[in-house]
Structure formats: structure tokens, C-alpha cells
Ligand binder design. Structure first.
Ligand code: HEM
Length: 495
């Protein structure tokens, strides 16, 4: 007798023979009543769920966040009543998913691509997700353009190749993308691995305190492992032998007890339009200058546990910008509003309508989920309905659930205006891109130029010229160097 557990079917029936189907004689034909075989093969046929439409390749780890109790020099309560920040040393469990954006589920982790940095805090007030990237800005500032920017970056619908001509056709007609692509085609577009990159929430949120006062806030994760990126040549060497080097690096570090850390910092601004700035604070193609809006440390994240199952904890994990807790609210950022619809919409399709019942997505054990929602495919838990399970509606004079007290009253910003479709006023598409270009080290600028020359070299001349013109608006040296690399007459283009 073996001491291994006995193999069963999903019905719990012990399986005596897992090597052969039931057949008529040893050569067949096979019989159809073979339940064990049918269960095994039909479950296998359904092993995959649709991969994420973006950020398909990712890797998950678990850990904790330890609060400093302060935000910069102030008690955390000055800015937000969110409970996880209030007390020095308070620990909140969390889950993080790092990812690339464009490639499929098994694609290279050394690709030039933004990296996803999605954190799910499991707080006493329920889950809070910060769904960010390693880069601090984004390609577009209006959610209606998201399918277009992603289509341009994804493989061609006919050839199924990622085509530079399609990418730069879109970017050259989207001037607000210049800042993002200046970062993306520099070495920051290929972080050395997940442990050595930073993260940013990119979009703007609001902190709300116990007095009901709000401030605008941006979230940043600063790696404690040192920030390191790869040149294109180094990345090519990595992906020649290993497509999953970043997942491997993170998994192995956690297995050997070398737990990576990131410090959470916030930038804060008063909650108004800030006419004194030359950009709109809600424009996600802009960085809030650090000199003016300093990074204020809030706490430290440590990753200390690997997943036990990739499918359950990664493929079925669902992060979203709408998953906020009391004390953290939406801003009027119109990208953020669009994102907030998109995440849970795709998750109801990709994972299923009861995705929030799954262990990876539901709140932590001591948070009692009390709703009157029920049913739907794959429902297995029943939420708490109070003392009387017959009452699945609210209000009820008999039993049921009650609303939370006044301390949970939502922030109530005043909004008035004409409904329209219009771009924002302070676009300033080139200035910060130029500053970013000039801020790079020499080797980083050399890489940026070389990457653009290589890829634009595969594009039509009209697209090359348009891109050079945009670069010239960011910085004269930037435009000139790309033009020279492409053999274009810069002074004619600049005129
Ligand atoms: C309007 C713009 C955007 C839309 C409509 C959008 C939509 C989506 C969708 C549909 C997914 C797949 C989610 C899933 O299947 O679970 C996703 C994933 C993701 N997005 Fe966005 N996105 C937008 C912009 C951004 C921006 C600006 C960032 C960075 C700050 C970002 C970061 C991420 C990350 C990190 C993931 C992966 C989450 C995970 O690991 O499961 N997205 N996005």
C-alpha cells in the first residue's frame, strides 16, 4: 500500500485505473459510459479562462503593508480617515500582481512595455486596489481612446505581428502620448525585473478625512531593491533563453526569504483646478513636479509569500480602480472614471458574475460580506443577510441589513457645468516630455534615440516625419538626433 492519498473523481469516487479507458477488448473501440475518462478530459478542455484583454502575462505574490501612522510630518488623519494608515506599525495583508501589458499570457517578460503594478490591500473596511504601472504617466488622457491605443500596440489583425507602422501611426496622431513614449522607449520601458522597478497609481484620487475634507492624491511605490533597467541588447539576450525571467526572479527571491520591499509615498494637492500650473492636475500624461509636490512616505510593503496555484490566484484575480475604501475616493479624472467601468465589466465576462466570491478576490475573513445579492453562475456562498435569511431586500421592518453610520458618509464634491465632448484646456503635450528627455543620463538618451531609429526605420516616411516634428517640439536635440538617425533633413522638417 502506498501512503499517497487515493486518486478520486470530482464526485469523490476512488479511481482504480487511471492508465486506460474502458474499451471493448484491449484494442477498442472505447465505450462512452466511461465517466471517469469523460470527467477528466472535459475538465481539461475547459482549463483556460479568457486571458486578460491587456496585462495578460502577470505574476502574483502576497505580503503585508506596515503603516507609519503619518503622512510626511503630519498624522495620517490630517488627510485621510482610511483606517489602514492611522496607527504606526499597523499591518494590512495584501496581494500584488505585476504584469506586462501587450503580450499574451505566455509572452516575453523582457518586452518593451509598461509594467503593471496592481496592489490589493485587504483592510478591515474591505478591499482597496491601487491598479498602477511602473511608469508615472499614460499614453492618453481620455478613456474613450483606450481601445484605440491598445489596438495600435497589439498585433495587426491580419498579419498578427506587432507593427511599428501601426504603433507610430497612432502615436503621431496623438500628441499627448509623447511624454509616455519618451519613457517607454528609454530603458525605463524594460525594467530589469519586477523587484527593481517602481510603481505609480498614475491617475488622481482623493483623500477624505473625518471632517469630510478632501485633497487630491497620487500614489507611488518606491523600490527598496534599487531601480534598474535593461538596454535593448540586454533584454534581447534575456528573452533569447527565458521568457519569464521576472516571475522567476520574484518567485525565487521570496522562496529564499529575500523579501522585496517598496515604500508607499503620496503626493498631495488641494482639491481645485490649480490655474497657476501649466498643466491640469487631473491629466494623467503629466507628472506632478516633485519639488513642488514632495513625496510623503506613508508605509512599507513587504512581499513574503508565493502563490500556491497560478490559476486560482493569478488568472482569476480581479483588480480594479473602483475598489476603494472609506477615506479614499475618486477624483474627477475622466480616465479614472472610464477605467472604473472597464475593470469589473471585463471581470464579469472573463472570470464570471460571481468573481467576487472567489477566495483571491473576496475581502479577508474578518470582514463580513453582507449583501442582498444572490444567484448567478457558480454561486456557492451566501452573503450574510442578517438574522432572517428570508429577507433579501432592504429596507425591511422585519429584519435584514442596515446602512452604515454617519462616519461612512461619502465625500460630496460640488460639480456644475455644461455637458459636452471636449478636450481639456491645458494640454501642454510637449514640455514634460522635453524635461524627461533632458533628465535622462547620456546612456539612457542614447538608448532612446537608438530604439526610435530602429523602429521608425521600419515605418512609412510620412509617419517618420510626423514623429520627428513632435520630438522637435519636445526638445530640439531630441528631434535632431532622431532625424539624423533616420537620414531625414531636420531643418526642413523643423521649419
Ligand atoms: C481608460 C484607460 C484604461 C482602461 C479602459 C483599462 C482597462 C483595463 C482592462 C479591461 C484590464 C483587464 C482587467 C482584467 O481582465 O482583470 C486592465 C488591466 C490592467 N490595467 Fe488598465 N486600463 C486603462 C488604463 C490603465 C492605466 C492608466 C493603468 C496604470 C495606471 C492601467 C493598469 C492596469 C493594470 C496594472 C492591469 C492589470 C491588473 C491585473 O494585474 O490583473 N490601466 N486594464
Amino acid at each position: 500500500m502506498s501512503d499517497k492519498p487515493v486518486l478520486t473523481t470530482r464526485q469523490g469516487h476512488p479511481v482504480h485505473n487511471n492508465q486506460q479507458q474502458r474499451t471493448v477488448g484491449s484494442r477498442g473501440p472505447a465505450t462512452l459510459e466511461n465517466y471517469h475518462f469523460l470527467e477528466k478530459i472535459s475538465h481539461f478542455d475547459r482549463e483556460r479562462i479568457p486571458e486578460r484583454v491587456v496585462h495578460a502575462r502577470g505574476f502574483v505574490a502576497h505580503g503585508e503593508f506596515e503603516a507609519y501612522g503619518t503622512i510626511g510630518d503630519e498624522p495620517a488623519s490630517t488627510y485621510t480617515r482610511a483606517k489602514l494608515f492611522q496607527t504606526k506599525g499597523k499591518k494590512t495583508p495584501l496581494t500584488i500582481r505585476f504584469s506586462t501589458v501587450i503580450g499574451g499570457r505566455d509572452s516575453s517578460e523582457a518586452a518593451r512595455d509598461p509594467r503593471g503594478f496592481a496592489v490589493k490591500f485587504r483592510t478591515e473596511d474591505g478591499n482597496w486596489d491601487v491598479v498602477g504601472n511602473n511608469l508615472q504617466v499614460f499614453f492618453i488622457r481620455d478613456a474613450i481612446k483606450f481601445p484605440d491605443v491598445i489596438h495600435s500596440l497589439k498585433p495587426d489583425p491580419v498579419t498578427f505581428r506587432q507593427e511599428p507602422n501601426r504603433i507610430f501611426d497612432f502615436m503621431s496622431n496623438t500628441p499627448e502620448s509623447m511624454h509616455m513614449i519618451t519613457w517607454l522607449f528609454s530603458p525605463y520601458g524594460i525594467p530589469k525585473n519586477y523587484r527593481t522597478m517602481r510603481g505609480s497609481g498614475v491617475n488622481t484620487y482623493r483623500f477624505v478625512n473625518a471632517q469630510g475634507e478632501g485633497v487630491l492624491v497620487k500614489f507611488h511605490w518606491l523600490t527598496q531593491q534599487g531601480e534598474h533597467n535593461l538596454t535593448q541588447e540586454q533584454a534581447d539576450a534575456v528573452q533569447a533563453t527565458e521568457l519569464g525571467h521576472a516571475s522567476k526572479d520574484l518567485y525565487e527571491a521570496i522562496e529564499r526569504g529575500d523579501f522585496p520591499k517598496w515604500e508607499l509615498n503620496v503626493q498631495i494637492m488641494s482639491d481645485d483646478e490649480h490655474p497657476e500650473l501649466d498643466f491640469d492636475p487631473l491629466d494623467d500624461t503629466k507628472i506632478w513636479p516633485r519639488e513642488r509636490f514632495p513625496y510623503l512616505p506613508v508605509g512599507m510593503m513587504t512581499l513574503n509569500r508565493n502563490v500556491t496555484d497560478h490559476h486560482n490566484e493569478n488568472e482569476q484575480a480581479a483588480f480594479g480602480t473602483g475598489v476603494l475604501i472609506d477615506g479614499i475616493d475618486f477624483s474627477d479624472d475622466k480616465m479614472l472614471v472610464g477605467r472604473t467601468f472597464s475593470y469589473s465589466d471585463t471581470q464579469r465576462y472573463r472570470v464570471g458574475p460571481n468573481y467576487l466570491q472567489l477566495p483571491i478576490n473576496r475581502p479577508r475573513e474578518d470582514v463580513v460580506v453582507s449583501t442582498n445579492q444572490g444567484g448567478g453562475q457558480m454561486s456557492y456562498g451566501v452573503d450574510n443577510r442578517g438574522a432572517n435569511p428570508h429577507i433579501n431586500f432592504e429596507p425591511s421592518g422585519v429584519a435584514g441589513l442596515s446602512e452604515a453610520d454617519e462616519s461612512y458618509r461619502e465625500y460630496r464634491p460640488f460639480v456644475s457645468g455644461q455637458i459636452m465632448r471636449a478636450p481639456i484646456e491645458r494640454q501642454n503635450n510637449y514640455k514634460q516630455a522635453g524635461e524627461t528627455y533632458r533628465g535622462f543620463e547620456d546612456w539612457e538618451r542614447d538608448e532612446l534615440i537608438s530604439n526610435f531609429v530602429t523602429l521608425l526605420g521600419q515605418c512609412e516616411k510620412a509617419i517618420q516625419e510626423k514623429m520627428v516634428w513632435h520630438f522637435s517640439q519636445c526638445d530640439d536635440d531630441y528631434g535632431r538626433r532622431v532625424a539624423d538617425g533616420l537620414g531625414l533633413d531636420y531643418s526642413a522638417l523643423r521649419a
